[in-house]
Design a protein around this ligand. Structure first.
Ligand code: BGC
Length: 759
């Protein structure tokens, strides 16, 4: 298609109509100009393509497809290549099914364990979310299929999700909530972005020019089109002006007419409509020009990929010598999830899996297995009969493996959780099983952290998350040691909900949800508070052991424009092959800025045979040391020492070193009568200029200390020094003995500012 030519031939009405969907899943065709309609479908971890009989809520059955591990699990793999492979597989499915864009990845930050959609999101950490999103997008788009990174922006709760406004300060937005979008837009150039339902600081995302245009396009160079989340449009004219190009699913033409009228009445510049239409046409064109109509999609091959991926997503949380299980031993599988795994979440991401592998079936193939249901997943009722049967089965086996977690009704798109507990019936089952069978392992299917009142009483805990349709097989692979677990937690598991930093404010009041914890999300908070957690961010065990040594940094002192290379040797010191996720955090102790103690700035996943060593290499640039400075509205590196921390988890730092980083630019500064003497004294160049002022104040301070009675600790030297330090320059009028006037002071300050600080 010649986009420019088509655009020049389109009527205003046609252009406006292209800016909304024709139905739930398609853009509009303009037949006379040869523009075809193209299809969009959910994602993110499987293709949810609804066929022709799609209902108008878009939630009925979709075609049979493969459900890969949801993002909660995927992120635990910390594996860039694996998520790329999943993306590529999804891209193939889309090409085969003629779906031009698959909606995802979803990169919102996990602010609270309560968010109903956490299972669709990657992490509490923006760097990990960036890396996962980047590679998801690259994988899908390698097949010439578009992605729609969502939900832009600050959509971290389901409660009142279509009306609530996320109230967030500028620095927190930049460091936490915008960062994953920023990173993935810059790294992977998603074809489209989906704006969220909620507002940001009082302005709906779908009408928010600051984010949809100024930041997304102006600062980050986004070149695709922005679509609305389904039904996120309020004022369509405001939306298109703000940068919302495509309305989904469309408004039966009502909003198209509003756009046309606004142009005709001079309220909207037609160029804005041209621009939106051109962006949409460009993406349609990109898809159809390079269409791969002969792409094959082998569901069984993709199922095996889902199994392989999930094998690397599982996190071994506890293992007191009980895992891996011995293949010949007698194993009791307990819990409904062993037979019917919970492997995905409810809502728009729900895939119609062509098959589902249960652990029960998979284990039956390799071990002597007995099974008891233990609880009913549909209702949280303690059923004595079921528990007693389960205890019998557990007693007569060598090991009991309980499959537990959260039922669908406990977490879903559309609403938030109200607590962090598992169903009582499951907790009770676990409690009773360990009474009769000390060798008990719990396997968890959940999309977000849970409280584990039984954690100390069981011998093993394996977090499988919502692991996709092959989860049962992958669990058995890990339980029996065919796969060595290597996942690490992409989020902190607090001991209890009340420990979470957003606990006091989460959900908000009415339509205002204030993010008062600021940048202290997840481990950034727990670390700074030195709080005991159940399992920390980045934590996960293996069937082998790893040792780290020989940390090297390329320089002890750098400018913020330099790169720093960090290397560390990692050795497999156990007797099994395994993979280790080596984490690099940058820490800062002596900052004047209120900052987290450390932040994840790199990770490498390394595969090692027993006895083998490899080098993990990290390259850090300015951003790794920066915070977002709201005075200059930009990233800034404070001149100081930074710690380079190498960890097995956020709480298990095994090696560290220090680098001094010097800022290459100074923050703007201006002397005023309210500048304190302390701040002034830190600037020798200003002291030089204002020597007479400083002398006056110093001598009056000296008078104070000279005259003081040694016994009278009401005026200590410390106090006098503090008074000086915190006294604004104007204080000289009160304490300087009348030797200088206000006008003389301001004149001196103006002269000094002109000479030293004004550009
Ligand atoms: C969800 C999106 C989804 C869309 C289409 C919305 O309700 O928030 O994530 O892509 O529906 O199903």
């Amino acid at each position: 298609m010649n986009v420019k030519k088509i655009l020049s031939e389109m009527t205003l009405e046609e252009k406006a109509s292209l800016c909304s969907g024709s139905d739930f899943w398609h853009t509009k065709a303009i037949e006379r100009l040869g523009v075809p309609e193209v299809m969009l479908s959910d994602g993110p971890h499987g293709l949810r393509k609804q066929d022709q009989s799609a209902d108008n809520l878009g939630i009925n059955d979709s075609i049979k497809a493969v459900c890969f591990p949801a993002a909660c699990a995927m992120a635990a793999s910390f594996d860039r290549k694996l998520i790329y492979d999943m993306g590529k597989a999804l891209g193939e499915e889309c090409q085969h099914e003629n779906v031009s864009t698959i909606l995802g990845p979803a990169v919102n930050i996990k602010r609270s364990p309560l968010c109903g959609r956490n299972f669709e999101y990657f992490s509490e950490d923006p760097y990990l979310a960036t890396e996962m999103a980047t590679n998801h997008i690259r994988g899908v788009q390698s097949e010439n299929v578009g992605t729609s990174m969502k939900h832009f922006l600050a959509n971290n709760q389901e409660h009142r999700r279509m009306s609530a406004s996320s109230e967030i300060d500028e620095r927190t937005l930049r460091e936490i909530y915008l960062a994953a979008f920023e990173g993935a837009v810059k790294n992977a150039k998603p074809w489209t972005i989906m704006c969220s339902y909620n507002g940001i600081n009082g302005i709906l995302a779908s009408e928010n020019k600051k984010y949809l245009t100024d930041i997304l396009r102006g600062e980050w160079g986004f070149e695709g089109y922005v679509m609305s989340d389904w039904g996120a449009v309020n004022d369509r004219v405001k939306g298109i002006e703000a940068g919302l190009d495509l309305e989904m699913p469309g408004s039966n033409g009502v909003n198209d007419v509003k756009i046309v009228n606004a142009v005709k009445e001079g309220r909207l510049d037609e160029k804005i409509v041209d621009q939106a239409a051109e962006r949409i046409l460009n993406i349609i064109n990109r898809y159809i020009e390079n269409r791969k109509t002969d792409t094959k999609w082998d569901m069984d091959v993709h199922h095996e990929l889902a199994r392989k991926i999930e094998g690397e997503c599982m996190v071994l949380l506890k293992n007191e010598g009980i895992l891996p299980l011995k293949k010949g031993s007698k194993i009791a599988l307990i819990g409904e999830f062993a037979d019917k795994p919970r492997y995905q979440g409810g809502g728009s991401s729900h895939v119609n899996s062509f098959k589902v592998a249960s652990a029960l079936n998979a284990a039956n193939r390799i071990a002597d297995v007995t099974y008891a249901q233990g609880y009913d997943n549909n209702e949280d009722i303690i059923d004595e009969d079921m528990i007693n049967k389960a205890c019998e089965v557990a007693k007569s086996a060598h090991v009991a493996v309980i499959f537990a977690g959260l039922p669908d009704s406990f977490e879903s798109e559309g609403y938030d959780r109200i607590h962090m507990s598992m169903p009582n019936c499951q907790n009770e089952l676990i409690r009773r099983i360990v009474e009769v069978q000390p060798s008990t392992v719990v396997v968890l299917h959940n999309g977000s952290p849970i409280e584990m009142p039984w954690a100390d009483d069981v011998k093993g805990i394996l977090e499988a998350y919502l692991g996709g349709q092959a989860v049962g097989e992958a669990c058995v692979d890990v339980l029996f040691g065919d796969i060595n677990p290597c996942g690490k937690l992409p989020e902190t598991f607090p001991r209890k909900l009340q420990d979470n930093p957003s606990y006091l404010y989460y959900g908000g009041e009415g339509d205002k949800s204030e993010y008062r914890e600021g940048v202290f999300v997840g481990y950034r908070y727990y670390d700074k508070k030195d709080m005991d957690v159940l399992f920390p961010f980045g934590y996960g065990l293996s069937y082998t052991t790893f040792e780290y040594s020989n940390l090297k940094i390329s320089s002890k002192e750098i400018k913020d424009t330099d790169m720093l290379t960090v290397t560390v040797d990692v050795t497999n010191t156990g007797d099994k092959a395994g993979k280790e996720i080596v984490q690099l955090y940058v820490g800062v102790n002596e900052s004047k800025i209120i900052r987290p103690l450390k932040e994840l700035r790199g990770f490498e996943k390394i595969s090692l045979n027993p006895g083998e060593s490899k080098i993990a290499t990290f390259i850090l640039s300015k951003r790794a040391f920066s915070y977002y400075n709201t005075q200059i509205h930009d990233w800034y590196v404070e001149t100081c020492d930074y710690q380079i921390l190498i960890g097995k988890s956020s709480r298990d730092i095994v090696l560290n070193d220090k680098v001094h980083v010097k800022a290459s630019n100074k923050l703007p500064f201006k002397l005023t009568v309210n500048t304190t003497f302390g701040d002034l004294l830190e600037r020798p160049e200003a002291v030089e200029e204002l020597k007479s002022l400083v002398d006056i104040v110093k001598s009056s301070m000296k008078d104070m200390t000279n005259g003081k009675d040694e016994e009278n600790d009401a005026i200590s030297n410390d106090m006098v020094n503090a008074m000086l330090k915190y006294m604004p320059i104007r204080g000289i009028l009160s304490f300087g003995g009348g030797s200088i006037t206000y006008d003389e002071i301001t004149q001196m300050l103006d002269d000094t500012n002109r000479k030293l600080y004004e550009k």
